[in-house]
Structures are given as C-alpha cells and as structure tokens.
Write a protein that binds this ligand. Structure first.
Ligand SMILES: NC(=O)c1ccc[n+]([C@@H]2O[C@H](COP(=O)([O-])OP(=O)(O)OC[C@H]3O[C@@H](n4cnc5c(N)ncnc54)[C@H](OP(=O)(O)O)[C@@H]3O)[C@@H](O)[C@H]2O)c1
Length: 249
C-alpha cells in the first residue's frame, strides 16, 4: 500500500514508542491521529513532530479500557484526518508484579491490564475496520512484547495479555482478509523509554548481555517495521520479534 496521503491512528502516540511510530509513518507520508489517555503535552509534542514533517496531525483522547470510548475515538480520528487507513495498536498498561507474588495480582489489576491490552485493541480493530473497508482496505499493526512469547516481563497478567495480542493478530488476520492485513511487532526491552528507565541498571545490563547483538531493541527499528508491515500487500498474521537476538540462545 502506498502510504502517501493515508490516515493513521497510533494509540499511545504520546508515549515513547508511539512517538517514534508516528514519526516513521509521517515520514512515509501518513497524516497521524495521536492517541493518548492523560498525557496531553506528550500528544501535542508528537503532533509537532508530525507537522514538522509536513503531515497533518490530530489528537484523540481515549481510555481504551472503556468500551464506550472506542467508537467515538475512532470516529474522531477518521473525521479529523478525513480518512482512516492504518491502525497501530501501540498503547498498553503495565505494573511491576514479580511472577511468584501471585496474591499481588488482584482482579482489579488483571482486568485493567486485559481490558487495556487485549479487549481495547480488539474493539479498536473492529471499529477501524469499518472505516477501512469503506475505503477498500487497510492495515493494522499490533505492538506486543517478547513477554508474550516466553515467560517474563512486568507481570503474569502483562505477559499473558501480550500472548493474547499475538494470537489476536492471527485471528483478526483471518477475520479481516483480504481487505485488511493484521501484523504484529514483538519488541524486547527498549532503552530510552520510561518503562526501561524505571528498571535497575543491572536489569538493563542483563538484557544487553542476554542477546547475541549485545544491545536491546531499537525504537527506530520497531517503527520502521511498522511501516514495512503497512506497505506490504502480501503479508498478514505475522509476528516479528525485535529484541537483539534473544531467541538464538
Ligand atoms: N518500553 C519497552 O521496553 C517495551 C518493551 C516491549 C513492548 N513494549 C510495548 O510497546 C508499547 C509502547 O510502550 P512504551 O514503552 O512507549 O510505553 P509508554 O511510553 O508508557 O506509553 C504507553 C502509552 O499508552 C497510553 N495508554 C496507557 N493506558 C491507556 C489507556 N487505557 N487508553 C489509551 N491509552 C493508554 C499512554 O498514554 P498517556 O501518555 O496519555 O499516559 C501512552 O501513550 C506498549 O504496547 C508496550 O507494552 C514496550
């Protein structure tokens, strides 16, 4: 798909990776609707990046854990940009709970993680697909995590929510074919993000040591992969790991 002049909604566009993805899609020619929940300044900053590249930017406030918020947010993105061809399900929520602390993983935390990281992306894909179909097709890219492919990450709920997002990618690829492709990027630890900055230096060093390339996931590489998935016409249901080579061990 030629991305010039397309409309893209990037959820979590106010966040670290969301900014990089918005920039890469704008460089490829897309106008961007920047999703955020509370960080209006972050969303405005991403809009300035997009506008600096000569593309149009819009802000879309959204709590994607709330089902009633989904359709109006997608409608607002489509209306402000004039069309909607691309959805990047990048927003997610997590909290650090060590795997063995089963009792700390309360029902409230479990539900918040699943509602944000799994149900929200499904409902966003459903709403966006209505717009995309009207225009003859579209692209959906989900941002999962290597936590969804092997046991690890901030909590059991986060890891399993990302595993669900990986399989949601495949199921939606079947459901939305042939008009819409659905693919997924699964990053490892991304240095230079708030999430990574909260970790002790020893954990970051461990992440570097644990991969064959000796470096963690690069935001720019992830963003470029999102663009590549959006351009491709014959790729769907795929999960691409960007982690510095962890799975070679
Ligand atoms: N950072 C890493 O090392 C890493 C590794 C693997 C995978 N990932 C994945 O990469 C993606 C981006 O992560 P990041 O590091 O860029 O995180 P981040 O900077 O914390 O960004 C998270 C984004 O999600 C938004 N958000 C949170 N809850 C939301 C809700 N209920 N409704 C709508 N938006 C909501 C936030 O909005 P506000 O800014 O308004 O709060 C923010 O834009 C996530 O899917 C994450 O799981 C990250």
């Amino acid at each position: 798909m030629d991305l010039r002049g397309r409309g893209a909604l990037v959820t979590g566009g106010s966040g670290d990776l969301g900014t990089a993805i918005s920039r890469a899609l704008a460089q490829a020619g897309c106008d961007i609707a920047v999703g955020y929940i509370g960080n209006r300044d972050g969303a405005a900053k991403t809009c300035r990046v997009v506008e600096g590249l000569g593309r149009r930017a819009a802000m879309v406030q959204l709590d994607q854990s709330e089902p009633a918020a989904i359709d109006p947010a997608v409608e607002s993105a489509a209306q402000q940009l004039g069309r909607l061809d691309v959805l990047v399900n990048n927003a997610a929520w997590n909290i650090g709970i060590p795997f063995p602390d089963l009792d700390k993983l309360t029902t409230e935390i479990w539900d918040r993680i699943y509602n944000t990281n799994v149900r929200g992306p499904f409902q966003l894909a459903r709403a966006a697909s209505t717009h995309m179909r009207k225009q003859g097709g579209g692209r959906i890219v989900n941002i999962a995590s290597i936590a969804g492919l092997r046991p690890g990450g901030s909590s059991i709920a986060y890891a399993t929510s990302k595993a669900a997002l990986v399989h949601l990618t495949r199921c939606l690829a079947v459901a939305l074919a042939p008009a819409i492709t659905v693919n997924c990027v699964a990053p490892g630890l991304i240095e230079g993000t708030r999430m990574a900055e909260r970790l002790p230096p020893a954990v970051i060093e461990g992440a570097r040591q644990g991969v064959v390339l000796g470096r963690t996931s690069d935001k720019g590489d992830i963003a470029e992969q999102v663009v590549t998935f959006c351009r491709a016409d014959s790729v769907t249901g795929q999960v691409l790991v960007i982690d510095g080579g962890l799975h070679f061990h």
